[in-house]
Design a protein around this ligand. Structure first.
Ligand SMILES: [Zn+2]
Length: 111
């Protein structure tokens, strides 16, 4: 590695340059942003197809935006994916409950 200030060659572990004393620039690791892709696929298959697909689209955007350096955009996409995954889950549960109620009503009328 080379000093970004004076160009002097330095050891990778050094935090300051031995030539000019400048603090070596360290790059923070990229933030870990959950993309909720697994949850999105699960709710798409099990709960609600339309909302699940929206969640998958946002999930896919998280990694591509992160790769492009758009951390704010990746966070927003992550939040949207989470929201839509929950919407799909909620709709799926609601549909399941309606089915249970309808089956119970049908059973009462037949019995
Ligand atoms: Zn230097």
């Amino acid at each position: 590695m080379y000093c970004t200030n004076c160009g002097h060659q330095r050891a990778d572990a050094d935090l300051t340059c031995t030539q000019c004393g400048a603090r070596v620039r360290t790059f923070p690791p990229p933030p870990v942003i959950p993309n909720y892709l697994v949850q999105s696929i699960l709710v798409t298959l099990c709960c609600c197809l339309p909302a699940g697909i929206v969640a998958i689209v946002f999930s896919a955007q998280v990694n591509s935006k992160l790769a492009a350096g758009d951390v704010a955009g990746a966070k927003a996409a992550s939040q949207n994916a989470k929201t839509w995954a929950w919407v799909a889950f909620g709709v799926g549960v609601a549909i399941a409950l309606v089915k249970v109620v309808l089956v119970a009503i049908a059973a009462m009328h037949n019995g």
